[in-house]
Design a protein around this ligand. Sequence first.
Ligand code: NAP
Ligand code: F7E
Length: 363
Amino acid sequence: MKKKALITGVTGQDGSFLAELLLQKGYEVHGVIRRTSVDFRSRIAHLENNDSFHLHYGDLSDSMSIMQVIGKVRPNEIYNLAAQSHVQVSFDVPEYTADVVATGVLRILEAVRICGIADKCKIYQASTSELYGKVEAVPQDENTPFHPFSPYAVAKQYGYWIVKEYRDAYNMFCCSGILFNHESERRGETFVTRKISLAAARIAQGKQEKLILGNLSALRDWGYAKDYVECMWLMLQQQKPEDFVVATGEQHSVREFCLLAFKYVGIDLYFEGQGENEKGIDKDTGKIIVEVSPVFYRPTDVVNLLGNPTKAKEKLGWNPTKTSFKELVRIMVEHDMEQVARERLEENIDLYKIEALEKGTVE
Ligand code: NAP
Ligand code: F7E
């Protein structure tokens, strides 16, 4: 019998990588998707013909749909990856963020109990380094106190504690991965790394003039999402449910990410000025390429994240440095250079077609 996994957030960055990994491992994979007016399932389109891959409509804000899916699939493992995952957006939609990111976790845990599979189903909760927020120690590990610093982080803190509560109260196999930022060529375009890699590719190919960012000094521990989903799976293969920090143990600033991404597209930048007046300038042409705007500042920002992955390394045998920072930036930039080149080609074909239509050479 194939093991059955249910992934919420399957259309997201991590959900799509995890679905691929579990299919490779021989699982029957079920994903929860939302109804949207525009069908936007590009990250999982390549999996939709796989006989072991099944999709179900559901929403983490709707207990009945969650109960129905869990009752129907009766999975051996649930990976709860669904979330309104953008920290800045959580300041604009705080109530919705709390409903999905906090109460959504409770809905899953209760559905598992109500469906009578609490002793058979293992649950992974996508927790986050944002819990450390206004950090009380650097680096952060499983024992570092939490200090959430955004509506998103406060909601994730509820998720973390309710998972722990169900583990203690009902002896359920549920655990949280405290994942530090992980990025990839599939990262949403408004997260800072992807915003930079795409801008570098567009600027290099003459499709964009400038890149406008917020806090360039924010420090993050950035890993590769494909490596991180392996660690999620490892957590559910243990005898005992435990929480783990998942990080690389290396820290870089947003400014450093920019310097490297632009270097990969052949633009050597240097930064000068301070705060809102800081600029990234092309060494060869003297052109201003990067500017700062307070529009991208947050009411409270998390500025010093660095994880200590020792526990995951030792207990799970997970390799935190499989993909280096340099390699991660290279993967993202190479992908986006190709994507932008393809878009330009399509635009040229469209222009050619319009011209031909106007001239009457095609129908
Ligand atoms: P993502 O790309 O933003 O994907 C989020 C997923 O959640 C999407 O599939 C989205 O569906 C789904 N979703 C959103 N609201 C939902 C709702 N109400 N009901 C059902 N599904 C809903 O996020 P990610 O980067 O893959 O992250 C996965 C999880 O890890 C999230 O919980 C995130 O908070 C957490 N996390 C991420 C990082 C990171 O660095 N990436 C670090 C720590 C923790 P649509 O496609 O329909 O929008
Ligand atoms: O910001 C700064 C910004 O939006 C990183 C989510 O996956 O990881 C992610 O949250 C830093 C912040 O990610 C821009 O102020 C500067 O300090 O890429 P981000 P995030 O907020 O760290 C955690 C672990 C999660 O759990 C979340 O789900 O970069 N920054 N300029 C900017 N950020 C953005 N988005 N855009 C800018 O222009």
